[in-house]
Write a protein that binds this ligand. Structure first.
Ligand code: UD1
Ligand code: CA
Length: 496
């Protein structure tokens, strides 16, 4: 696949071999159950794709970390979405032969023979993993001095719907009824759900740990609630040594990364497990309903973070981008009350700068570098936006009424009021600059114009116009009413 190789070369950057930590993010799989043309990895949680969220969590938890993102299905889309990042390589897994194979492909990108340190592996669909979880996992791995650690969860739903790989631990008694002593509770291996299902009903599952035998019934395996989250930490050198020893003798015929636990143990290396503080952080999704559930958890967290700082009318229906969340928290730390009210269905995108005493009513949509002044009210369904290279500045005490669509390079002066259903645009070449105390009555259309202070505009269409402040003899400012450009194209219009 030529195109993927080209994109991979143009977007990958060098790994920093003097930095002893690398995260491998697995994002090559198909995710058939999601039932979408899009790659599973490109599904969003609260406006950001899951694979980006995993990447961001790694980058935030370990500043300077190297990353290798394994892509395969819809590789070009996934790579373009992540873009070019420092110390990040994309690795191309042409055929999805399993999670262990994906790690093999990723490790091929580490070209330095002398590299040593920690390698983390994370699935790209774990959209709720955060900086704190990775930081905690990293600390535990380092403190454990083990050679490998797996992040586990405890399944709380009905056992029949637990499709995760199960963590098999040493029992108190071995197969001969002899106490396992110090080995009790040690992680032996991970067995995939599908492989448990394939076990013979009446035969025990038999495994070994440090030369002793342990047995488990099929039901015991199924009932085991401790599962593999799919996040691991490894000593790089040991991983590199063992990763090619993984076989594919399982029901799926795949190379499972999970087999490394058994392989590490058999090689005499230490394996440990730890659980995150909050269970939800390790959720992954295979279908749309779980994705929605994850989004709702994310939104709930945002709500809880902000609920006592700003007023959010509907805790299940709002969007505030990360940048604006951080601004709100920073403003709150300065001490003055914010008096920001966010109506149902409001969308506040990346780059928007909120201000004191702002009221965004129902379904207001704001995106881009929109800078609010103080005491601004925006009524229902208004849409305010600009492109990333543009700016949209709103003065203090501005009021924007229902259904207004205002886009592009814009300045709205203090105390200006834009009444309902006005459409205004400012382009790069022709920004729209509106002075102070201007009143624009409803259903006007204004493009790329300059309007001086104190002007009244009623039901007008103004394209590339300058509106001067003209004082009449009685001292009043000249009003602009019903201005329409000369018609053109009239020869195409006839009476019926
Ligand atoms: C995997 C684990 C399972 C664990 C579960 C947690 C294995 C064998 N099993 O199962 O123990 O409980 O995750 O969610 O690892 N991927 C690739 N290339 C491949 C295959 C997968 O990049 O060839 C990626 C997928 O895109 C995904 C991740 O690896 O992001 C996990 O793969 P998935 O197929 O979802 O594994 P599970 O069957 O869920
Ligand atoms: Ca999965």
């Amino acid at each position: 696949m030529k195109q993927a190789t080209e994109v991979m070369q143009s977007l990958s950057t060098e790994l920093n071999y003097s930095f002893p930590e690398t995260a491998i993010i697995l994002a090559a799989g198909h995710g058939k159950r999601i039932k979408s043309q899009r790659s599973k990895m490109l599904h969003e949680i609260y406006g950001t794709t899951t694979v980006e969220r995993v990447y961001n969590a790694c980058a935030a938890a370990v500043p300077g970390i190297n990353t290798v993102i394994v892509v395969g299905i819809k590789a070009v889309d996934v790579m373009n979405m992540i873009g070019s990042k420092t110390n990040n390589m994309f690795a191309y897994q042409a055929e999805q032969k399993g999670t262990g194979h994906a790690v093999q492909v990723a490790l091929d990108e580490i070209k330095d023979e002398n590299y040593s340190g920690i390698v983390y592996v994370l699935p790209g669909d774990m959209g709720l993993i955060d900086k704190e979880t990775i930081t905690g996992f990293r600390e535990k791995f380092v403190a454990s001095t083990s050679d490998m650690m797996v992040l586990t969860g405890i399944f709380s739903g009905p056992v029949e719907s637990n499709y995760y790989g199960r963590i098999v631990r040493v029992k108190a008694l071995d197969a001969h009824g002899i106490p396992s002593g110090d080995d009790n509770g040690k992680v032996i291996e991970i067995i995939e759900h599908k492989d448990i299902l394939a076990l013979n009903e009446h035969e025990n599952y038999v495994t070994e740990y440090k030369g002793r035998t342990y047995t488990y019934t099929k039901q015991e395996m199924l009932d085991n609630r401790e599962y593999n989250s799919g996040v691991y930490a490894f000593d790089y050198k040991k991983l590199k040594m063992l990763v090619h020893k993984i076989k594919s003798n399982n029901v799926q015929g795949e190379i499972y990364i999970t087999d490394l636990i058994g392989l590490f143990n058999k090689s005499g290396y230490t394996v440990s497990a730890s659980s995150p503080k909050e269970e939800y952080v390790v959720m992954g999704f295979n279908d749309k309903s779980v994705l929605k559930e994850m989004e709702s958890i994310y939104r709930k967290n945002v709500y809880n973070l902000l609920k006592n700082i700003v007023e959010i009318d509907d805790h299940e229906d709002f969007f505030i981008a990360e940048s604006a969340i951080n601004d709100i928290i920073a403003m709150d730390k300065q001490g003055a009350p914010l008096d920001i009210r966010i109506g149902k269905g409001v969308y506040i995108g990346t780059g928007v700068k909120l201000n004191y005493n702002l009221h965004l009513k129902r379904h207001v949509h704001v995106s881009g570098n929109v800078l609010f002044g103080k005491n601004v009210v925006v009524w229902d369904n208004a849409e305010l936006s600009c492109y990333p290279h543009q700016s949209f500045v709103i003065g203090d005490n501005v009021e924007i009424l229902s259904g207004d669509i205002i886009k592009g390079n814009i300045v709205l002066g203090e105390n200006t009021r834009i009444e309902s259903s006005v459409n205004m645009t400012g382009s790069d070449e022709y920004p729209l600059i509106i002075g102070k105390n201007v009143l624009v009555k409803g259903t006007s259309y204004i493009f790329g114009s300059v309007i001086e202070d104190d002007i009244f505009i009623e039901h007008s269409v103004l394209i590339n116009k300058r509106i001067n402040k003209l004082l009449k003899k009685n001292g009043e400012v000249q009003k602009i009413r019903f201005y329409l450009p000369m018609p053109s194209g009239v020869d195409a219009i006839e009476h019926l």
